[in-house]
Design a protein around this ligand. Structure first.
Ligand code: SAM
Length: 268
C-alpha cells in the first residue's frame, strides 16, 4: 500500500511487536480497561492495546491512513478509530462517552505538551497516561525540583500524580527514524498534590516559570500586579526563601503559594 509519511503530523511509526506489547504492559492495560489512543498511525500500537483491553478508542488526524488501519485492525471488534484532530475534540463530550479510561499513545512530538496539558487541566475520567515522548521531554516530565530538567510541565503533572519513565526506546525502533531517542513515561492520576484550587495552582506554576531568569518575587509581582513588599510577604508565608527561583520549588511549595494567593483574592 502506497503511503507517504507526513513529517508535519509527527509520523514516526513503531513496528516491533515485543516493544508494542511492552508498552501496553507498562500502561497496565487489562481486560477491564478502556484505552484512549492519540495518533493511531498504521495501527501497530492500537492492535497491541486491543489484544489486552476491553475497548480502544483511537484518534487519527490523517485520513490517508484509513485503508492501512482497516487492514491492521481487521477482525478486532473492540476498536474504534476516529479520524479527527484530537486537539479540536470536545473533551467533556468524549469523556461522557468513555467513562473511566487510560491514555496510551506514541505521541506526535509537535503536540506533546498541549496534549499532556489537556489531560492535566480538563480530564475528569482519566486514570493515567502512558506515553512515548522524546527522551529529553521524558526527563522533564519525571524531574525533581532543583534539577535543570524541572519546569512548568513537571509541576503541572504533579498536581495529578507522579510520573516515572518505564523504558527508553532508541530512534532505530521508528520508521522513519527520528533524530532523537524516545522514552515511555507512565503517569498515574492519583496521589497528586492537595490544593484548594487547581486553577490557583496552575497560576502559581505559570508565574514561577514565566521568566526563568527572574526571581519568583519579581515574577509574582508582575503576574499578580502587586508591590514587592506584598510579594515578599506571600512568599515568606509560604516558607519560600528570599531570592528563590521557580525551579527550586517543590509541587508542595507551589500548592502553598496557590492557597495563599487564593485566600487573598489574588486568583479565583
Ligand atoms: N501509534 C502509531 C505508532 O506507534 O506507530 C503512530 C504514532 S506517530 C508518532 C503519531 C500519530 O499521530 C501519527 O499517525 C499522526 O498522523 C497522528 N496525529 C498527529 N497529530 C494528531 C492529532 N492532532 N490528532 C490525532 N492524531 C494525530
Amino acid at each position: 500500500m502506497e503511503f507517504r509519511f507526513k513529517k508535519k503530523y509527527g509520523q514516526n511509526f513503531l513496528t516491533d511487536e515485543n516493544l508494542l506489547d511492552a508498552i501496553a504492559r507498562d500502561a497496565g492495560v487489562d481486560e477491564t480497561a478502556t484505552v484512549l489512543e492519540i495518533g493511531a498511525g498504521a495501527g501497530a500500537l492500537t492492535r497491541a492495546l486491543a489484544r489486552r483491553a476491553r475497548r480502544v478508542v483511537a484518534y487519527e488526524i490523517d485520513a490517508e491512513l484509513k485503508p492501512i488501519l482497516a487492514q491492521t485492525l481487521a477482525g478486532l471488534e473492540n476498536v474504534e478509530v476516529v479520524f479527527r484532530d484530537f486537539m479540536r475534540e470536545d473533551m467533556a463530550r468524549l469523556e461522557k462517552e468513555l467513562g473511566e479510561y487510560r491514555v496510551v499513545a506514541n505521541l506526535p512530538y509537535y503536540i506533546t505538551t498541549p496534549v499532556l496539558m489537556r489531560f492535566c487541566e480538563e480530564a475528569k475520567g482519566c486514570r493515567g497516561l502512558t506515553v512515548m515522548v522524546q527522551e529529553e521531554v521524558a526527563r522533564r516530565l519525571c524531574a525533581r525540583e532543583n534539577t535543570p530538567d524541572y519546569g512548568a510541565i513537571t509541576a503541572a503533572l504533579s498536581l495529578k500524580g507522579t510520573a516515572r519513565m518505564t523504558r527508553t526506546v532508541p530512534r532505530t525502533m521508528f520508521i522513519p527514524r527520528p533524530n532523537v531517542d524516545s522514552a515511555v513515561v507512565r503517569v498515574d492520576f492519583e496521589g497528586g498534590v492537595a490544593v484548594k484550587s487547581e486553577k490557583a495552582y496552575r497560576f502559581a506554576v505559570r508565574l514561577a516559570f514565566s521568566s526563568r531568569r527572574k526571581t519568583l518575587e519579581n515574577n509574582l509581582m508582575n503576574a499578580a500586579s502587586i508591590e514587592r513588599g506584598a510579594a515578599r510577604e506571600i512568599l515568606s508565608a509560604a516558607g519560600v526563601p528570599e531570592g528563590a527561583r521557580g525551579e527550586t520549588l517543590s509541587p508542595a511549595a507551589f500548592a502553598k503559594i496557590a492557597d495563599i494567593l487564593l485566600e487573598r483574592g489574588l486568583v479565583q
